[in-house]
Structures are given as C-alpha cells and as structure tokens.
Design a protein around this ligand. Structure first.
Ligand code: ATP
Ligand code: LTN
Length: 344
C-alpha cells in the first residue's frame, strides 16, 4: 500500500505552527515551511497560525487580524494544501488553551526558567515580561499533544521546547496511563538554523532590529540582492564551512546549498577560490529563484479574503473535532466532570 492510499487514521500525525508576528523570513521558509509542504505527502498534517502565542508580545489588534490572513495566504502560496492538510487559527480551537491550563500544573517553574527563548525574549522586552511569555512552551505543548502528534517539523531553535513537551507528556502518562502520544521533533539537517545576515552568530529572526539582517519571503528580488551583498562575512578570504571561525561565510554557503538543493561538497567545488562577491550574488540568485513562484501565488491569494476565511473556518471545524478525544481523555484522567454540555 502506498502512503497516499493509507487512510488518514493510519498515517503519522504531523503538527506545526508559526506566529503571525510579522512577515516570515527565509529562516522560517527553509527551516520550517518548505519541510511542512514535503511532509504533506505521507502524513496526516495540521498546520496552525499560533495567534495566542503572538500575544505574548504586545500586538496591534487590527494588524494581528490582518497578519493572520497574510500568514494563511503565505501557507497556501508555499504549497500547503487545505484538501490534504488542516490549516487553522489557534484561537479558533478553545481546547488549546484548556489543555494548556491543565499542562501548566504538570510543568515546573524551574523547567520554564531554563528555556533560552524565554531568556532571550525577556531580555528584549524588558518592560513586558508577562506570565504568558513564561508559560509559552506549555501552550506549545498543548498544541502538539492535543492531536496525538507523532512528528513536529521545526527549526533548530524549537528543539528545547519539544524536549519540554516530551517531558511533560511522559510525566503525565507515568501518573495517569497512556493519554498522550510522545512526539518526535523533525529537524532538517539543512536550513534548520538560518543565521542573521548582519550578526551571523544569531538566528535570523522576524523581529531583528536591522532590516538588513533578515530576508523576508516576500521581499522583492532587488531587496534580496541588496541584503545579500551587504551580508557580514570576514577578511579571511577563504571559502569553507566553519561555523565558529567563519559564521557569515558558512551561513551563505548553507543557504546556497538549501536553495539549490546541492550538497556541501559541491558548494566548495563551485565557489573554490573565488572572492566573497560571487558567493553573495549567487546565493541571492538561488534564494530569489526559490521564492519567485511563492511570491507570485501569494499576490493572487491575498486579495481573496472570502476564500481565505472559508479555508480557515473549515480548518478550525475539523481541528475542533480532532481535538476532542484527547481533551476528553485528559479530563477524564484528572477526574474532571465530563458532562459540561460540549461533551455529550
Ligand atoms: P519571532 O522572531 O517573532 O520570535 P520566529 O520566526 O522565531 O518568530 P515562528 O514564526 O513561530 O517564530 O517560527 C516558525 C518556524 O520557523 C519554527 O518552526 C521555527 O523553528 C522556524 N524558524 C524560525 N527562525 C528560523 C531560522 N532562523 N532558521 C530556521 N528555522 C527557523
Ligand atoms: N513556538 C513555535 C511556534 C509554535 C509551534 C507550536 C511549532 C507554537 N506552537 C507547535 C510547532 C508545534 C516557534 O516557532 N516560535
């Protein structure tokens, strides 16, 4: 039996999400979205727009609403297919926050204090270190565990959150029996850690201060070329993979590999003893070529608000139904009453 002919029930369940906190970068694309598209073939996938996570940093309400739609259009433009996968907005499925509350009581403060994303964000948003920022990983654990997820395709930066999710699920199961499926992270060998073009020791982030630091999926080709030409490298004048000694050059080489689909050895052969100019320009060209079809599809999709809304509403209805069995099992395990109307 081929994967396509297997029923959704027997295919592994995949869950992932991105925050509608701004335009997505090529880090999000090569680290996550590109892999999500590929996983649709053989898996039963749910892809979420995690608007509740975005609230951990202050958002403008009208912009947040618009960004959810833009992110939905981008999901579709990248190739996520609402016929095959469930695409939805997190806040449309109340079970995410319900389960998050229950899981809060199985998560230790010390565990959350160790999360590097919390430490980074608390540092960057000193005036608003809210409790939601602190318990962000618990809501993420709820997202994942709610659907009996087997695999979670994410970038390297999310590995620690996945480990916490697993720890919480194992802890719960040890106390109450096999309620949660223990999920595995799916972190690609390439593209999982795209670096900031100006400070190549840091991950490329949507919210980086300098615009030159990040390349957006929807940046016009001219912009992309400009940003790559200004990328920080070094003065060693040698092309090699050396993350510690030459992070800028290594990042460009890795991006060239991921955008062309060619292996590292070929990159070294191709760029040989050239100066960095060729590396910058050709990496930009490879990235532009990858993004061009996505950009074209996006323009056609973003104006059709009615269609986007319909896809998201249908996705949410399917997700709500899918979330119910785990929610029931969890409540039952904890001794919570099951007759509260929503669960006949
Ligand atoms: P923010 O910068 O606002 O915190 P983010 O881009 O880190 O946002 P998400 O939008 O939630 O966060 O990320 C969606 C996916 O993109 C996640 O799977 C994440 O691991 C991946 N990702 C984000 N940045 C990179 C990067 N630089 N390289 C590879 N993958 C990344
Ligand atoms: N925290 C993730 C986004 C996210 C997520 C998830 C990813 C929220 N819930 C569930 C995978 C599975 C981030 O990338 N910042």
């Amino acid at each position: 039996m081929t994967d396509q002919t297997k029923s959704p029930v027997t295919r592994p369940i995949v869950f992932s999400g991105a925050q509608p906190t701004g335009q997505l970068t090529i880090g999000n694309y090569f680290g996550a979205l590109q892999h999500w598209v590929a996983t649709q073939e053989a898996n039963d996938c749910l892809f979420c727009i995690v608007d509740l996570h975005a609230l951990t940093v202050r958002q403008n309400p009208a912009e947040l609403r618009q960004r959810c739609l833009e992110l939905a259009a981008l999901y579709l433009a990248c190739g996520l297919d609402p016929q095959r996968s469930i695409l939805f907005i997190q806040s449309h499925v109340p079970a995410h926050t319900e389960l998050a509350w229950l899981l809060n009581t199985f998560t230790q403060i010390g565990e959350l204090e160790r999360m590097t994303q919390f430490k980074d964000k608390a540092q960057r948003h000193k005036h608003n270190v809210n409790a939601g920022l602190f318990t962000y990983p618990v809501l993420m654990a709820a997202d994942i565990l709610l659907y009996g997820t087997h695999k979670v395709p994410v970038g390297e930066d999310q590995k620690q959150h996945l480990e916490l999710t697993r720890d919480v699920a194992v802890r719960f199961n040890n106390l109450y029996g096999e309620v949660f499926q223990i999920p595995e992270p799916l972190i690609a060998a390439e593209g999982a850690r795209v670096k900031d073009l100006q400070e190549p020791t840091k991950k490329m982030s949507k919210s980086a201060e300098s615009e030159l630091a990040r390349v957006m999926i929807l940046d016009p080709p001219k912009e992309i070329l400009k940003k790559f030409k200004k990328a920080v490298t070094d003065s060693l004048a040698q092309i090699r993979f050396d993350e510690a000694g030459q992070p800028g050059v290594t990042n460009l080489l890795d991006l060239w590999c991921v955008a062309t689909g060619r292996p590292r050895a070929e990159a070294l052969e191709h760029f040989g003893h050239n100066l960095y100019g060729k590396l910058k320009v050709e990496t930009a060209e490879a990235v532009i070529a990858q993004l061009e079809p996505v950009q074209q599809r996006y323009q056609a999709l973003i104006d059709d608000r009615a269609e986007l809304t319909k896809i998201l509403e249908e996705g949410a209805a399917r997700a709500r139904a899918r979330a119910e069995p785990v929610m029931r099992k969890t409540m039952s395990a904890l001794g919570l009453p099951l007759d509260r109307g929503r669960f006949p």
